[in-house]
Design a protein around this ligand. Structure first.
Ligand SMILES: O=C(O)CCC(=O)C(=O)O
Length: 283
């Protein structure tokens, strides 16, 4: 069908407006309304051994340097209380700012499994699969994605802590989003940067192992030497590690918490609810 329009100032403005709406994807069907209950439900009864990981309020910069150099994980409360993201970020907000954008999504239980893969999806399709959770066959995960580079307006919703800039050349922290349903798993692995991991919505279980125990378990191969297939939620595996004197530290990261993960510290992560997090890697 051809649309005939008389070219006058008003109609050309209207056309521009319609094009900009189409560009933003706002002319499509009505926005969905996703309930935030998905960030609350799930695993309330999970029993874990008492956590040996220290919890603290934000330290002074000089105390922070000492903490960082101790190379032990710590949970920092109230570090991101002033981030607008804590209030704003949910599936409805993401739909409004990026429904039509394309993002790489991990499909499968965990990246160390043979049937794991990646797909490009429109963000709105990803959100709908995430929301359906277990009712969809595919376990979707937007993992380690530089979303704030792709959608710069999201940068206004966070404030990178000064801790990321101390003791390096002032290089910017590397920011990655992790957005997924309940039950996403990141296999046991290490990264070669410090990490301040901010939990924005939902809860995540972390299992952490000091690199001093690296020789006590198998890595995947010489190329993926920073990852292991070890299922450290399995009781037999835990018993075998314990008999080798390996200490596993457990942390449940709650909304608004930040976990400091030292460089090369082993970490395994499972989301206990749907979850939105942002990792800040720095030297
Ligand atoms: O949240 C996750 O699933 C994994 C996070 C992680 O491994 C990281 O930030 O380095």
């Amino acid at each position: 069908m051809t649309l005939k329009m008389t070219p006058n100032k008003d109609s050309s403005n209207t056309l521009q407006y319609l094009i900009s709406l189409l560009d933003q994807g706002q002319m499509r069907s009505n926005p969905p309304t996703y309930s935030n209950d998905i960030f609350k439900a799930g695993q309330a009864t999970l029993k874990l051994p008492h956590s040996t990981v220290r919890t603290m309020n934000p330290p002074s910069l000089s105390d922070w340097l000492k903490i960082r150099n101790e190379m032990k994980p710590v949970v920092i409360k109230n570090l991101i209380s002033d981030w607008p993201a804590l209030q704003k970020w949910d599936l409805n907000y993401f739909w409004t700012v990026m429904a039509q954008r394309t993002v790489p999504i991990e499909i499968g239980k965990r990246y160390t499994d043979a049937d794991w893969g990646q797909k490009l999806l429109r963000f709105e399709d990803f959100l709908s699969k995430l929301y359906k959770g277990d009712k969809t066959k595919e376990k979707v995960y937007l993992a380690q994605h530089p979303l704030l580079e792709q959608i710069p307006q999201l940068e206004n919703d966070i404030i990178v802590p000064d801790y990321c800039y101390i003791g390096n050349n002032g290089d910017d922290a590397e920011l990655n989003a992790w957005i997924g349903p309940e039950g996403t798993i990141s296999s046991l692995h290490t990264d070669n940067k410090y990490n301040l991991f901010a939990q924005i919505k939902g809860r995540k279980l972390f299992k952490l192992i000091d690199p001093e125990y690296s020789s006590k378990f198998e890595v995947i191969d010489e190329v993926m030497f920073n990852s292991s297939r070890l299922d450290i939620e399995n009781n037999d595996v835990i018993a075998s590690l314990n008999s080798d004197d390996v200490i596993i530290e457990n942390v449940i990261l709650e909304e608004g918490d930040v976990l400091f993960i030292p460089k090369l510290y082993w970490h395994y992560v499972r989301s206990l609810t749907a979850s939105i997090s942002l990792s800040m890697w720095f030297e």
